[in-house]
Design a protein around this ligand. Sequence first.
Ligand SMILES: Cc1ncc(COP(=O)(O)O)c(C=O)c1O
Length: 409
Amino acid sequence: MPGGVNSPVRAMRSIGRDHPIFVERGEGFELIDVDGHRYVDWVCSWGPLILGHAHPDVVEAVAGAAQRGTSYGAPTEGEVELAAEVCNRFESVEMIRMTSSGTEAAMSAVRLARAATGRDSVLKFAGAYHGHVDGLLAEAGSGLATAGIPASPGVTAAQAADTTVVPWNDFEAFEAALAEREFAAILAEPLPANMGLVPPGAGFLERVRELATETGALLVLDEVISGFRVARGGAQELLGVRADVTVMGKVIGGGLPAAAYGGSRALMQRIAPAGDVYQAGTLSGNPLAVAAGLATLQNLDAPAYNRLGALTERLATGLRDAAGDRPVSVVSVPGLVTPFFAPEPPRDFAEASACDLDAYGRFACAMLDLGIYPPPSQFEAWFVSLAHDEAAIERTCDAAAEAFAEALG
Ligand SMILES: Cc1ncc(COP(=O)(O)O)c(C=O)c1O
């Protein structure tokens, strides 16, 4: 396996480790590696595990589904239930189509936007990550930012030319880009979490919504991370901005491969076989993934979101206290936290990239040695789960006090 891994950030190269953690099992908020080390897990599979590892409801649902067969390639009742649950949570979503990964969902959302508008170009923001779709890799966050790759070889010039990249939170650059070109889609993570967590500044997302409507572009909000996490109805509920197309992933599959995109009935009816925009998948709506997703969403009620918000706040405050007066700024929204190694929270990818990445690496290595597993990159958010508790947070903040001292003196 290249780099010893099946997805790049796992390799931990950017923090200077020469090998990743090899996992034996997960239990609640803990990860146990093959050497028997236990870690408080703040990666949680990069987001899906909002209930923590091996939650009994999820395990039971998946085991029950597996007993009845692992895949049929034909529709099931569970898919209908999941679709109804999603539409009930997202006001802007009346129909969904499931896929197996967020990458596929983002790719398909762009195809739909192109078909619906008759335009080719898409606009994305620097530091946002929408999966490894050819046309969306330019200045992407997540693993590309971690590895310092501005754009991937293998992407054709034509695909790159169809994508305009604009700095996040930059009104002027955004407006100039829209004045210059007609876009099929404006893609945004409403709460970008792939350059670390960099929420929109006052009025920015509202302006994006407004200009998308004015210029006839579809607003595609990628809620693969924020969906079902920051609120019941994702960032759209939390921030009060509505998408034309919503991209979902991670939590929707409860730790199994599932994702989806959705929007108004009129728009989604363009998808085959209702319409002429082709998109398909052998394992789309897989019964095990649907069972895990449903079991997860059934646990995510109002008290659960209150608790997740309180745990996040407690972690953010604890990390702030542990950092003391060192140049660290901790940014959080419910369910997501990033301690940036910079005196002020970054407002865009350039500022996130200017953080003290070496210090973050030293910090993350020290945390691992102390039995805490933070994301092994400054450009990823910490994922809080409902399995985390006061003890987990205390263990983390005690270790962080030591790790900040080791990283920054
Ligand atoms: C915001 C966002 N969109 C899309 C994706 C791609 O999802 P997947 O890794 O399931 O293909 C990710 C993955 O981290 C993501 O964070």
